[in-house]
Design a protein. Structure first.
Length: 556
């Protein structure tokens, strides 16, 4: 966006110069046509005492003047034409015959000093603008080589982001503290969230994953085969030797927990947050706490030599935070005798989302984009401390989405919303952990909620109960198709084997009426006509649709 803004400024400045110079050109005098180069009449010559008549003129280029060649007012009784006669005649032409022209300045004077100053000031502004634009572009390209994959020559392309089956692009954002020498466990991912974007609908959702969520690693790690999810990156990255492997492992596991195809990741550290916030001039965050006093966390008072409460905000206020305070606020969780964050890490995750939202708003604001210092500082902050698997050819799409998706179209998804608690705390071998309410490693309820929230449409709103049955001789057909239906937003209430019999490739039955969106989608998916007759099987009360597979679909 800032490149387009700079281009517009330079283009407008250029047009102003052209218009100004055109309007300042003086019109030629009526009746006077400037002579060609080499002309001698009226030229400045050293003063001579002899008359022009006594001077032999070159021939044939400039033949001698006769009485008929001399304009009215220049004819004299003498046989010669002297210099004073020519000067008087020229003055007459310059001033014209109209009396009101008398007293005007000689129109053949050089351009005014004022015009020259204005001209060169505007030219200087253009040159400075080009230099600044070139510097910003250089900074962006230099940072891009560290952040993005592929050749930066691909930046001219406008490749859309990868999408899942529901048309969403999902980005894992996680933070580590390897840049903080005072922080133990430098490669533990203390912040884990997914930002899900719909490029067509121009909306986004943010959902945080608890760092203490107990998961299966799928490999032998220092903690064992199972442990907290915040150790997964460190295990596969092997410290800092294989950042990509660690990020991919975490991306896959988070996708499993949330039921999402997570295509991208963005790995940042403390410095990235701190410097990015400072680069845009600080962020404004609304303080929302269940405690009427607000939020207090004494764990960061050492930053001011214990002469202040470093994280201390009143409830309901909009707090302006610099980089250090925004980072501390993002990490606060009621430690050291504080208050206002009764849910600990869960409250911290909400505040992390608030800081990211505030940073995004400030970064895309006109004031930031028009400030070259802020733009280059922001580029430096990200270029030095952000790693991602985005490709250079996707940069333009990413920037456009950042500008096009409005703040009101970005929603927060909570796994600990009151009345809908999907995770809870637990204890394994004396260690406090977080686990799904449905049971250890059972993410079905989480997946269903995230899918319903992110992909809300007519089908999910109808929430029809669909029973999937396998009437073929191929094992696993019903389960495979049920999983696909769930990812598409259907509520699968049962997966069973159909009674023995002869079935078509796919048969769909509707029990009851309504559910128009669900009916149309099933017909489209399987290219069949939904039957309204009773299905040849017995199903539980409340079932709306029965899908029987007589064989695996051709796509399988």
């Amino acid at each position: 966006m800032w490149l387009r803004l700079l281009f517009k400024i330079l283009l407008k400045s250029y047009i102003v110069v052209k218009v100004f110079m055109t309007r300042q050109q003086r019109p030629t005098l009526d009746g006077f046509v400037p002579r060609r180069a080499g002309s001698q009449l009226g030229e400045q010559h050293p003063q001579r005492t002899q008359s022009v008549a006594n001077t032999t003129l070159p021939s044939p280029v400039s033949p001698p003047l006769t009485r008929r060649d001399v304009p009215t007012g220049m004819q004299q009784s003498t046989h010669g034409l002297n210099r004073s006669d020519i000067d008087d005649s020229l003055k007459g032409i310059d001033l014209g015959d109209d009396p009101k022209d008398k007293g005007k300045k000689n129109r053949k004077n050089p351009k005014s000093k004022k015009r020259r100053i204005i001209k060169w000031v505007i030219i200087a502004i253009l040159v400075i603008g080009l230099a600044v634009g070139g510097w910003v572009i250089y900074k962006a390209l230099n940072a891009g080589t560290s952040i993005f994959k592929g050749s930066l020559l691909d930046i001219v392309k406008n490749e859309p982001l990868k999408q899942d089956a529901n048309g969403r692009s999902n980005i894992l954002v996680f933070g580590t503290s390897e840049d903080d020498p005072e922080h133990g466990g430098a490669n533990l991912t203390d912040s884990i969230m997914v930002i899900s974007i719909d490029q067509t609908k121009k909306n986004a959702f943010m959902v945080s994953v608890p760092r203490d969520l107990y998961v299966e690693y799928g490999a032998s790690c220092p903690e064992g085969l199972r442990g907290k999810i915040n150790s997964l990156y460190d295990c596969f990255a092997e410290g800092e030797t294989n950042e990509t492997a660690g990020a991919d492992a975490l991306r896959t596991k988070v996708g499993e927990v949330l039921g999402l195809d997570v295509q991208y990741y963005a790995h940042l550290n403390y410095t990235a947050v701190r410097d990015a916030v400072d680069a845009v001039g600080g962020v404004d965050v609304k303080i929302e706490s269940s405690d009427p006093r607000g939020i207090l966390d004494r764990n960061f008072d050492w930053k001011c030599n214990y002469q202040c409460y470093f994280v201390n905000y009143k409830n309901g206020e909009v707090a302006h935070m610099d980089g250090e305070h925004a980072l501390a606020f993002s990490r606060a969780r009621n430690a050291s005798g504080g208050y206002g964050l009764p849910n600990g890490n869960f409250d911290r995750e909400k505040n992390q989302q608030k800081v990211i939202m505030a940073l995004r708003e400030k970064a895309v604001s006109a004031g930031t984009l028009a400030n070259v210092g802020k733009v280059t500082s922001l580029i430096d902050a990200l270029g030095n401390n952000l790693r991602t698997n985005f490709e250079a050819k996707e940069i333009r799409t990413l920037m456009s989405l950042g500008n096009d998706i409005k703040s009101e179209a970005i929603k927060s998804v909570s796994l600990v919303e009151e009345g809908n608690m999907l995770v809870t705390t637990g204890n394994i071998s004396g260690a406090s952990i977080v686990q799904p309410v449905a049971g250890l490693y059972d993410y079905s309820a989480i997946q269903a909620y995230v899918n319903k929230t992110l992909n809300a449409n007519e089908i999910t709103r109808e929430a029809a109960n669909v029973v999937v049955m396998n009437g073929s001789e191929t094992a696993g057909v019903a389960q495979t198709q049920a999983e696909k239906l769930e990812k598409a937003g259907f509520v699968v209430s049962g997966v069973e084997n159909a009674p023995e019999g002869q079935y078509a490739a796919v048969e769909v039955y509707q029990i009851g009426e309504g559910m128009k969106a669900t009916k149309a989608k099933l017909e489209s998916l399987y290219n069949v006509k939904v039957k309204t007759s009773m299905p040849p099987v017995t199903v539980a009360d409340g079932t709306n649709f029965v899908v029987i597979f007589g064989q695996a679909p051709a796509s399988e």
